[in-house]
Design a protein around this ligand. Structure first.
Ligand SMILES: Nc1nc2c(c(=O)[nH]1)N=C([C@H](O)[C@H](O)COP(=O)(O)OP(=O)(O)OP(=O)(O)O)CN2
Length: 339
């Protein structure tokens, strides 16, 4: 058995002024807000969720939030939107590309995104592995904390000193980072931040455009994303539409102490390759053994093919666009991240 969720998104443009202790944000300014909502698939359909999300944000679009709401900070806004939805849902609200909040029932989290540029190599990979060569990345970092204990400014302040230690550095020279995989980096960042950030929830490291890791002090989660181009029926008459799909394969568990990773991103991709070939540039309703012609059934189909090859596989997100998709959870503790 697994939990099945639908994801819908929307954007809105709005103006606001935050209270006087928010620095320059106390002046009138504007945002392109982005909202992602994840709702239990038993409660709704993709179309109904999309319509509910649109209806929730429409009254906020092109408005002065201070005139419409008692408080206009990200968290108050997310709570207002959650109340406007017909069913309980997890919500991510991005006020700007580098910061936002998440809400899931009683749990409220604040987060910041940042990045640093650095060189590294992985000393324990087999001979010939590309990551054994000196190379580098523009690493993405997300820091997430209990919103009641640490706000976005607290996170930004705590991150600033670490950024100075990592940006334009050779990571292997930094104590504790002699084997700087994404997982080791996420764990290292968590260790560096946990005393400085009350309520630290987890740290994410995005190593490339398609792969990253997360550490919450206990469990490692990694993801590898792939894109494929496919046709799918969109009405009862069987007429086709098409999408540029994104599939996010998420694994969880412990890490191999020598390799410093849960499983090589490259191995996830290699094991997925024969499945990918059946998905890419094909009509998805013709997949052998598919139970229904919808995104959830395709994600279930992917899981049935891949789980025997990747036992750590714990969640699959399948997005037909930035604003519509499904998320299947095969372990109970995979609600986060709401990417
Ligand atoms: N579990 C991990 N696996 C790998 C890590 C890691 O930190 N943890 N790191 C690497 C390499 O450093 C590499 O640069 C990134 O790997 P990969 O996703 O395979 O790289 P690409 O962006 O080239 O992937 P494509 O899908 O081919 O674009 C390797 N593995």
């Amino acid at each position: 058995m697994h939990a099945s969720y639908l994801i819908a998104g929307a954007g809105f443009e709005a103006a606001r002024r935050l209270p006087a202790d928010h620095g320059q944000a106390a002046r009138p300014h504007g945002h392109s807000f982005r909202l992602s909502v994840r709702s239990d698939a038993q409660n709704t359909s993709q179309e109904a969720l999309q319509a509910a999300v649109q209806a929730a944000v429409a009254p906020l679009d092109y408005t002065d939030l201070n005139a419409a709401l008692a408080a206009s900070d990200d968290l108050s806004l997310a709570r207002h939107i959650a109340d406007a939805l017909p069913h309980p849902a997890a919500i991510q609200l991005r006020g700007a590309p580098d910061r936002g909040v998440m809400l899931d029932g009683a749990r409220a989290l604040s987060w910041i995104n940042s990045s640093f540029e650095a060189a590294h190599y992985l000393p324990h990979v087999p001979p010939g592995h590309k990551c054994g060569r000196l190379h580098g990345h523009g690493f993405g970092v997300r820091i997430v904390a209990d919103a009641a204990l640490s706000g976005q400014h607290d996170l930004a302040r705590a991150w600033a000193t670490l950024h100075g230690r990592l940006n334009h550095r050779y990571l292997n020279d930094i104590p504790g980072l002699d084997n700087p995989t994404s997982e080791v980096l996420a764990q290292w960042l968590h260790q560096q931040l946990r005393d400085a950030v009350p309520g630290l929830a987890w740290v994410e490291v995005r190593e490339t455009h398609s792969a990253g890791s997360q550490f919450d002090g206990k469990t490692f989660r990694i993801w590898k994303e792939q894109r494929f181009e496919s046709a799918m029926p969109f009405d009862a008459a069987g007429n086709y539409t098409g999408h540029s799909y994104l599939v996010r394969l998420m694994l969880s568990g412990g890490i191999d102490r020598t390799m410093g990773w849960l499983l090589d991103f490259g191995d996830v991709k290699d094991r997925f390759k024969p499945i990918y070939r059946q998905l890419d540039h094909n009509p998805l309703d013709k997949l052998a053994g598919l139970r229904r012609a919808d995104n959830a059934a395709v994600a279930e189909w992917i899981h049935a093919q891949l789980a025997p090859l990747v036992p750590e596989l714990s969640r699959i997100d399948l997005m037909e666009s930035d604003d519509a998709g499904v998320s299947l959870h095969f372990r109970q503790d995979m609600r986060w991240p709401l990417l």
